[in-house]
Design a protein around this ligand. Structure first.
Ligand SMILES: Cc1cc2nc3c(=O)[nH]c(=O)nc-3n(C[C@H](O)[C@H](O)[C@H](O)COP(=O)(O)O)c2cc1C
Ligand SMILES: [Fe+2]
Ligand SMILES: [Fe+2]
Length: 403
């Protein structure tokens, strides 16, 4: 499990007890906090792990080092899922020199009160560990201001921080060729498919707003030969690098597949009836689609599929002359993620004065989405006479694919 190469050792941990990541995102398959040692004449530790894993994490390090000391602790990212154990590493290895950039420094001070023995690096700077060289590339806002990546020149290995990471604790080997997401024995396959959904959910939930800076990072890294990507979550990528990089490239360009992501909330089933009718009509026509009920399901799955399909259909009843709160929250999240290049339609029930469809359309227009129709706002109960989902499905179908 732990030896990735002669010089690179995996010392990360699996978190199978956390139910909700960042207080918002469910973890049906857990999550891993990956950390790595580069062992040469000098030893570098790349990132740490989440609080609560101190004993297991320290054991992993001790087992690999057999009494040797750590010379450098490279901090690619200060989000506490990776930086929580910095103080503990300093206590255990007091001589360790922390490597970070100018934006890391105040964060280390603020989280840990540490201000000394920090080696500040700039874009393109290197440190030598003996035969091994680590070069640092600044990749700000992927997805925090201090994020940087560390490239191990001689092994063409990129320690990428959260970039290219996925939800899911990794069992068996950490290498992508044999890795399995915890609790998903069916995922032991030779394809990237087993990881794609959770990678998309991780990206869309956490990094989704930063398409432009992810693109800048990909451009910066495009000159590097990369034969291994060691991210901070999920498998170490060797076999699936083309798929992983292409997945990130498409997500950060907001490129989508043809299909419809239907997202709705409903109190009494009327807007739900319309959503299900639309799904049924799309199914009849063979149009790829997914249906997400925000009243019963975490919003992270809806965000995932907003990034998957090129058409977004959103249903909301009118609620206090506004959008129904779970749907409003979802749409604010779509706006915050600066989603682009989508076709859009809104629908929803009201009783005395409809407002939700108009307000949803305004939000979609603010993102530059093209409206498929003016939307379907209908009074009280859903019926096909009041809300013609057949006609809407025909319209979507003619744009999405030949039916
Ligand atoms: C707290 C609350 C506030 C509502 N506010 C409005 C409103 O401002 N305008 C309106 O026309 N209907 C309003 N309604 C009525 C709902 O829009 C209506 O019941 C609708 O059919 C609910 O759709 P659903 O079955 O999909 O939940 C409100 C209902 C509730 C419970
Ligand atoms: Fe992060
Ligand atoms: Fe992370």
């Amino acid at each position: 499990m732990s030896r990735i190469s002669e010089k690179i050792r995996y010392v990360g941990v699996n978190d199978l007890s956390k139910v909700i990541f960042e207080g918002m995102w469910p973890l049906p398959f857990g999550v891993s906090y990956n950390s790595y040692l580069v062992v040469d004449e000098k030893v570098a530790l790349i990132d740490t792990a989440e609080a609560g894993f101190a004993p297991e994490y320290l054991d992993n390090i001790r087992r690999e080092l057999c009494g040797r000391k750590i010379d450098y602790l490279v901090i690619n990212h200060m989000e506490p899922d990776h930086s929580s154990l910095i103080s503990m590493i300093r206590e255990e290895y007091p001589q360790v020199r922390i490597v970070g950039n100018a934006k890391t420094v105040p964060m280390i001070k603020g989280y840990h009160g540490i201000a000394d023995n920090i080696h500040v690096v700039k874009d393109g700077d290197s440190i030598s560990l003996g035969e091994s060289t680590l070069t640092f590339y600044m990749t700000p806002m992927v997805h925090w201001p201090e994020t940087m990546m560390t490239y191990f020149n001689e092994e063409k290995t990129l320690f990428s921080g959260d970039a290219f990471g996925t939800f899911g604790a990794v069992e068996g080997t950490v290498l992508d060729s044999g890795a399995v997401l915890a609790g998903r024995t069916d995922s032991r396959t030779d394809t990237f498919e087993a990881f794609r959904d959770e990678m998309r959910r991780y990206y869309s939930n956490i990094v989704g707003k930063f398409g432009q800076t992810v693109q800048a990072a990909l451009k910066k890294l495009s000159g590097l030969e990369i034969s291994r990507i060691c991210s901070t979550h999920g498998p170490v990528w060797e076999k699936f690098i083309p798929q992983v990089v292409s997945c990130y490239d498409r997500l950060s360009r907001y490129e989508a597949e043809k299909g419809v992501c239907i997202v709705y909330g409903s109190m009494y089933g009327n807007t739900a009836g319309a959503a299900k009718a639309l799904a049924a009509e799309l199914a009849k026509r063979g149009v790829p689609h997914v249906l997400h009920n925000l009243c019963t399901e975490n919003v992270s799955y809806a965000y995932r599929d907003v990034f998957l399909y090129d058409t977004l259909a959103v249903g909301s009843p009118t609620y206090n002359n506004d959008i129904f709160p779970p749907v409003g929250n979802f749409m604010r999240g779509v706006c915050a993620r600066l989603v682009k290049n989508r076709k859009f339609v809104a629908f929803g029930s009201y009783t005395w004065a409809g407002a939700s469809v108009k307000l949803l359309n305004e939000m979609a227009a603010g993102l530059g989405f093209s409206l498929i129709s003016e939307g379907l706002s209908f009074p009280q109960a859903f019926s096909s006479e009041k809300c013609d989902m057949e006609a809407l499905a025909d319209r979507i179908c003619s744009e999405v694919s030949p039916c």
